[in-house]
Design a binder for this molecule. Structure first.
Ligand SMILES: O=P(O)(O)OC[C@H]1O[C@H](OP(=O)(O)OP(=O)(O)O)[C@H](O)[C@@H]1O
Ligand code: HPA
Length: 189
């Protein structure tokens, strides 16, 4: 770890400010309001990272909906995705015939989204779409569609507003690029 006690000191630079994020939520909320009017969608947040985004996003959607959460995680922690995805906590709702909107903080390799799409489709969902705050396409492996997203990001490791590194830094209110030295100091351990 770096010597700093201040979490913002682990940030190389700010990518999206709180104001930028709120503007993205408003834009996406407007679009989703139009697309999901009268559909009573089941809006499913993917724990843990998407919680922060989901709570802001759904308040920008003027649509009757139901909300639920799933916890899906890649095996192992840290920078590299293993490709193996595991369901830790399932939704309560029956998805048969429902329009499901998955809310993600980021889609990177696409492993997590593919896993959830396949699962919910198999259970009989009428439609499964994804709204992600960030879309990182550089390392995409699975053929998934991110139907709605706030912004594209380069192949940089970002933290804040729900996005973590080793389960830390989710509470930073903006999105920033993690300093390489933080990753290096942890990869030596
Ligand atoms: O497209 P992928 O390569 O699958 O990566 C994206 C997923 O990785 C992160 O979740 P993580 O599994 O780290 O769990 P977390 O939300 O609890 O941090 C993120 O929240 C996405 O769910
Ligand atoms: O850049 C990222 N930051 C945090 N979590 C992630 N999961 C995939 N990519 C990222």
């Amino acid at each position: 770890m770096t010597k700093s006690d201040n979490i913002t000191d682990i940030i190389d630079h700010v990518l999206y400010s709180q104001e930028d994020i709120q503007a993205m939520c408003k834009r996406l909320g407007k679009q989703l309001t139009a697309d999901y009017a009268g559909k009573n969608p089941l809006v499913v947040g993917v724990l843990k990272g998407a919680v922060f985004f989901m709570t802001d996003l759904v308040r920008e959607m003027d649509v009757v909906m139901q909300n639920d959460f799933m916890d899906v995680s890649s095996y192992g922690d840290g920078f590299e995705s293993s490709g193996k995805v595991r369901l830790d906590i399932d939704i309560q709702a029956d998805v048969k015939g429902r329009d499901v909107l998955l809310v993600e903080d980021i889609v990177d390799t696409g492993h997590t989204l593919k896993f959830m799409e396949d699962l919910l489709t198999k259970r009989g969902a009428k439609s499964v779409k994804c709204c992600a705050l960030l879309n990182k396409t550089a390392r995409r492996v699975d053929n998934v569609t991110v139907d709605y997203y706030g912004a594209m990001v380069k192949n940089e490791f970002v933290v804040g507003y729900g996005l973590d590194y080793l389960n830390k830094y989710r509470n930073i209110p903006f999105i920033g690029v993690l300093k390489q030295e933080v990753i290096d100091s942890n990869s030596n351990k």
